[in-house]
Write a protein that binds this ligand. Structure first.
Ligand SMILES: [Zn+2]
Length: 263
């Protein structure tokens, strides 16, 4: 059941492939296990150790959408070198976990209740589905926000996602991407949030072709450099650079939402 990674979030598909590849280069043979789970599949797992024989395997009830697997943002792995799918006697899962984390994934081996060595997930919305439930209600609604994956000639893929920033208590929907493990947000979104951020009128905006480059932005009269990438005509600028340029902005993350406060 649930072994189809193509039913998962596009960003997760990319990172799963990268994880397998990076692990292979380090002599770790990884195979994908559980990926996307339907409500029925999650309920069947939940029944094990409760109404069905066996010991408890999950605390997440299917009808509550309380597994990240149901939101298409998690996958499990198994060890595929013939030494046993869950053999961790040589710390194998920790080595894979380290590589996964370097790719920006959250690793279940860092959890305590319960420790989940084979589990990896996207971390943009927090560790649990609470924030996804609040933002989207159901996995089906969430899936509608999964936009196209843009592939460049370098076969580098970027996924434009719906994100939320909270500015002085007001939540604003923005388009964002994650690049090199950092949040890049659509500059237009920040304008919608009431910030006066303008391009330096003196410099023509370069066509960035999905490569990150420094652009000049004029923020409150000062010209600052910011890391940016242009995806299909829209400029995505590194959030940290924007807030550094504007100044007097406190950036916090809570429940997967970026919170900006003018100090
Ligand atoms: Zn899992």
């Amino acid at each position: 059941m649930g072994r189809d990674i193509t039913k998962c979030h596009p960003r997760l598909q990319i990172l799963a492939a990268k994880l397998i590849e990076d692990c292979r280069k380090n002599g770790l043979i990884v195979k994908l296990g559980e990926c996307y789970r339907t409500v029925d599949e999650q309920n069947r797992l939940y029944a094990i150790g409760r109404t069905e024989p066996g010991s408890i395997v999950t605390y997440a009830k299917g009808t509550d959408y309380s597994s990240m697997h149901q939101w298409g943002v998690a996958f499990d792995i198994i060890r595929n070198d013939g030494k046993g799918p869950y053999n961790n006697s040589d710390g194998w899962f920790g080595k894979v976990g380290k590589i996964g984390k370097a790719l920006g994934l959250e690793w279940g081996g860092d959890w305590t209740k319960p420790v989940d060595l084979p589990h990896f997930q996207l971390k943009y919305w927090g560790s649990t589905p609470a924030n996804l439930k609040k933002l989207y209600g159901t996995p089906d609604n969430f899936k509608k926000t999964w936009k196209d994956v843009y592939i460049t000639e370098k076969e580098e893929a970027e996924v434009v996602e719906t994100g939320y920033i909270n500015v002085n208590g007001k939540t604003i929907k923005i388009d964002k991407i994650v690049k090199d493990g950092r949040n890049f947000i659509n500059l237009r979104g920040l304008e919608n949030a009431g910030f006066s951020v303008e391009y330096n009128a003196a410099s023509k905006l370069p066509i960035l072709d999905n490569k990150t480059e420094d652009i000049s932005i004029s923020a409150d009269g000062d010209i600052k450099k910011a890391r940016a990438v242009n995806i299909r005509g829209y400029n995505y600028v590194k959030l940290r650079d924007i807030t550094d340029a504007i100044g007097n902005i406190k950036v916090e993350y809570a429940d997967g939402v970026v919170i900006l406060n003018r100090e």
